[in-house]
Structure formats: structure tokens, C-alpha cells
Design a protein around this ligand. Structure first.
Ligand code: HEM
Length: 488
């Protein structure tokens, strides 16, 4: 018999002991207790594994906003574990900057992303520093000119698919496709075949790179990242997709290493930087470029969807973007050079990241016993930085639920409360791709507004039936459709 399912007395005693040990230090904090996800039964544990508290966190952040809008520390006891939700600019500053060394990322939460090995997102300390040092130059502003150019070309391909005249689009599909096309061009330096068919080299592959990557990002993460290895045989197609995606990236790296052509995609830049310092192995580069895809495309696509939603509800804001885009671009393509001048457009993007941050909470773990803003935190406690609740708190933002891009115009608004805005995280682990995303979004948005008016589809009234937020990797608007009406 592989498992003994009996819940013996010594199991119960151990369970109660662990529960008390992890609960008592936080007993005086507001919060919730739920027994279920951590029962000491062997079977569900490998199934949902140590990521069970992430599932809890996802479902709980909204409830916490409702029940404890102003609490700085909230206790969340699940099974024998007690996690803390922490909120507020001062707490963020302590955890992410002043005491950052005491609060690394919990490796077990991120292990799901180790599909191709440890990488820039999942590592800590000196290993992370090495990844970050090799990858950083690929994100420098100099290379972002290439990103602006490719973002513009990809948006044109999207417009071509829309055809002439009024079009109603499925925002999730279109924004996901355009950001995937851009990641293909700018991260991998290849055509993933989003807008046209790319032939498969049947001597090496059975599926396209796009299919392999999409399958890997979907079921692949679950099958290879969460389920125990012995269950892989149940998902032969998914495992093949994960292997083929790795093979595709390996082939690109090998080609780039031997190519003499000057290239500006991130993988080429990392492969070249690496040649001279011999820092990262090919496997580590595969792992890093995969997480650029993971971290970079759904987040940006989600932000764009929320922007389309907000603009469909605010024609006056749309008109202001149109006026700015018309003045600054005068009918030309947006490039890197105009980014700074598209001030209002950038305020709209920042405001959308405030009201609808794609990443709503960030997990950290206390490496030692410490005190944060007067609260004792015990070594081993999981700490979730609750970004969305700070972004929507009236203590730091006037009328926080109102979409008001002017908040980010420093010439007319008071200064933003320091550390109350963290869509890309803060401190040394801040998103490496934050400017990549802001620039890409600015190009796509200014091109859409240049060409179209954005409206809710006929018969749909989002002010009567507000769009629902739902959680995938990021928090997205559920089933958003918008109508694009060509400008005269
Ligand atoms: C709206 C778009 C984006 C948002 C909201 C976003 C948000 C974030 C956040 C909150 C983190 C910190 C994660 C953590 O500590 O667990 C992060 C890290 C990261 N992001 Fe982004 N991101 C976006 C776009 C991008 C893009 C376009 C790329 C790459 C092309 C990217 C690559 C990364 C990487 C590699 C890290 C890990 C950095 C490190 O730990 O050194 N992100 N991002």
C-alpha cells in the first residue's frame, strides 16, 4: 500500500502543536482561520503542494479588502500555517527596502517557474545577482528603441486582422496576441506565427514554437511545476510541448551564439553578454528567457485590457489622449523618441496600473525573527505584500475607486505618497521589464487611439453591469469586448 491514510493520535497531536506554534504569535491580529488546505493527509499535499497558500491568498485578498480595509497586518491561518497579509507604504518600505535581506522570496512558492531550471525570478542572493547582472543590459533604454519599432509593427499586424470599418474585439484574445507577437520578436528575435502561419521544421519538431510555448505556460506549469513527476505520464502531449519549447529556445541561443549579424532582441543580447563573461549556462539562459515570456506577456496584455475597458467608459479621457497623440505624433508612427512627450497617455497607463494592478500581491518569507512597524514577525512566516489594497486605499489616494489619470501629472497633483504605488514591486527585486512594458503599452495605446474610438459594444452597458474581475495569473476583466470605430 503506497500511503497510510490513517489519522493517528500522534498525527493529531503534531497537527495541534504546529497549529498552536504558528497561530499564537499572531492571535491578536484581525484575520481568518480555515482548517482545510493543510490537512496532514498524504495525498492532497503533493497535488496542491506547498502552493496551497497561494491559492488561498488569491481568493482572500478581496475578502480582506471588504472586512479589514485599514488593517496593516492580517492573519491568515490555513491548516497549521499562519501567513500574514501586510499593507501600507511604511510596511512595504520596511519589507522591500529597509529589511529586504530579511525577506527573500519563498523559493517553494516560485518553484513552479523552475520548469527549465532556476532563473532570475525564482532565485535569491548571489545566484539571483548573477542572473540580474547578465540580463540587465538587455533592458537598457538603448535597446528599447528596437522594442518601440517592433511594438508598432506588431500593432499594424493586429489592425490588418481587424480589417476595415467598425470591429468588435475580444479584448483578451487581441491584447494577448499582440503582446505575444512582441515578446516573440523582442525577447526571442523570432516570428512566433501569431498573425501568419510559420512552417514547422518537421525534422526537429512536431508543433510550432507558439503552440509549444502556450501549452507550456498553460497546463505545462501545472504538470511539470506542481504535480509530482510520476504523474507526468498522464499528460504526454503537455510534457512534449514543454520539451519542445525548451528545444526551440536552445536552438535560438545556439544560432545567436554563432551569428555575426547585429541583433537587438533580448536573447541575442544576453547570449552575447554571456559569451564574454561565461556567466550563465545555456540552460540558465533558456530558463531566463522563458520567465521573460511568463512575466512579460500576460501582465502587459492584462494592463492593456483594463485600459481599453476604462477608455470605453471615459470618452473624455480618450479625447485627451487623442489630442495629445495628434499634437505629438502629427499622424506619424510613435517611436522611442516620443515616449517622454506622450505625458497624458503615460498618466493613463500609470493610473490603470494603480486601479487594476495585474500583480495583486507579492509573497516573501521571514528569514529571521524581526519587527516590522511594531509587529513581531517570526522566522519562517510567509508575508504577502497586498499591493491592490494599498492602491485602492483612501488613506493614500483621494476617491481611490475613481479612474483619474491626472493623479500622475506632477504639475497639477500633489506628490504621490512614497511607496503607496508598487505595480512593478519596489526595491532591488523591482520588475526588470517595467520600462519595456510601459513603452510597449504606450506605443500600442497611442496607435489604437490614433486610429479608433473605443466604445462598449452596442447593447452592453458596463456602468449598469460593471465588468467582473477574475483571477488567472493576473487579475483580468472577465469576457471584455469593446467596439473600435475608425476615426474620420
Ligand atoms: C504591466 C506589466 C508588468 C507588471 C505589472 C509586472 C510586475 C512585476 C512584479 C510585481 C514583479 C516582482 C515579482 C516578485 O517579486 O515576485 C516583477 C518581476 C519581474 N518582471 Fe515584471 N511586470 C510586468 C512586465 C514585465 C515584462 C514586460 C517583463 C520582461 C520582458 C518582465 C519581467 C520580469 C522579471 C524577469 C522579473 C523578476 C525580476 C527580479 O526578480 O530580478 N515583467 N514584475
Amino acid at each position: 500500500m503506497p500511503y497510510d491514510f490513517t489519522f493517528h493520535t500522534h498525527h493529531k497531536a503534531y497537527y495541534l502543536f504546529r497549529m498552536a506554534k504558528n497561530y499564537l504569535p499572531y492571535a491578536d491580529l484581525p484575520g481568518i482561520t480555515q482548517l482545510l488546505p493543510d490537512l496532514p493527509v498524504p495525498f492532497p499535499i503533493p497535488l496542491i503542494g506547498h502552493n496551497n497558500y497561494v491559492f488561498c491568498a488569491v481568493t482572500l485578498t478581496k475578502k480582506f479588502q471588504q472586512y479589514f480595509p485599514n488593517a496593516k497586518f492580517i492573519r491568515c491561518t490555513t491548516g497549521t500555517t499562519t501567513n500574514l497579509f501586510v499593507r501600507g507604504p511604511e510596511v512595504f518600505k520596511e519589507v522591500m527596502i529597509k529589511q529586504a535581506e530579511a525577506f527573500p522570496k519563498p523559493p517553494e512558492v516560485y518553484s513552479v517557474l523552475n520548469l527549465y531550471g532556476p532563473n532570475i525570478v525564482t532565485t535569491n542572493d548571489s545566484v539571483w545577482k548573477l542572473h540580474r547582472r547578465v540580463c540587465e543590459p538587455a533592458f537598457s533604454e538603448e535597446h528599447m528603441k528596437y522594442l518601440a519599432l517592433e511594438s508598432s509593427k506588431s500593432t499594424e499586424l493586429m489592425f490588418k486582422r481587424f480589417g476595415e470599418g467598425v470591429v468588435t474585439i475580444n479584448a483578451d484574445k487581441e491584447m494577448t496576441d499582440v503582446t505575444l507577437e512582441i515578446i516573440g520578436r523582442v525577447v526571442f528575435g523570432t516570428n512566433l506565427g501569431v498573425y501568419e502561419n510559420v512552417p514547422i521544421d518537421t525534422s526537429k519538431h512536431t508543433i510550432t514554437m507558439r503552440n509549444a510555448l502556450e501549452n507550456t505556460l498553460g497546463l505545462g506549469l501545472l504538470v511539470r511545476g506542481v504535480l509530482p513527476q510520476w504523474m507526468n505520464f498522464l499528460f504526454p502531449g503537455t510534457c512534449k510541448a514543454v520539451d519542445e519549447a525548451g528545444l526551440y529556445i536552445r536552438e535560438l541561443i545556439e544560432r545567436k551564439k554563432t551569428s555575426t549579424e547585429e541583433r537587438f532582441d533580448l536573447l541575442s543580447l544576453i547570449a552575447t553578454a554571456n559569451d564574454t563573461s561565461l556567466d550563465l549556462s545555456t540552460n540558465e539562459m533558456i530558463a531566463d528567457s522563458f520567465v521573460f515570456l511568463f512575466a512579460g506577456f500576460e501582465t502587459s496584455a492584462t494592463n492593456l485590457q483594463w485600459i481599453l475597458y476604462e477608455l470605453s467608459q471615459h470618452p473624455e479621457i480618450q479625447e485627451k489622449i487623442f489630442q495629445e497623440v495628434s499634437t505629438v505624433l502629427n499622424g506619424k508612427e510613435p517611436t522611442y523618441a516620443e515616449y517622454e512627450s506622450l505625458k497624458y497617455t503615460n498618466c493613463v497607463i500609470s493610473e490603470c496600473l494603480r486601479l487594476h494592478p495585474p500583480v495583486t500581491f507579492l509573497p516573501k518569507v521571514a528569514k529571521r525573527d524581526t519587527v516590522v512597524c511594531g509587529q513581531k514577525i517570526k522566522q519562517g512566516t510567509m508575508v504577502f505584500l497586498d499591493i491592490v489594497s494599498v492602491h485602492r486605499n483612501e488613506e493614500y489616494w483621494e476617491n481611490p475607486l475613481e479612474f483619474k489619470p491626472e493623479r500622475f501629472d506632477t504639475t497639477i497633483s500633489p506628490r504621490i505618497v512614497p511607496y503607496a504605488y508598487a505595480p512593478f514591486s519596489i526595491g532591488s527585486r523591482k520588475c526588470i521589464g517595467f520600462f519595456f512594458s510601459l513603452l510597449e503599452t504606450c506605443v500600442i495605446l497611442s496607435k489604437i487611439v490614433q486610429k479608433y474610438e473605443i466604445r462598449a459594444p452596442a447593447g452592453v452597458n458596463y456602468s449598469k453591469n460593471p465588468i467582473e474581475e477574475y483571477q488567472q495569473v493576473t487579475i483580468k476583466p472577465r469576457d471584455l469586448h469593446v467596439e473600435l470605430v475608425p476615426r474620420k
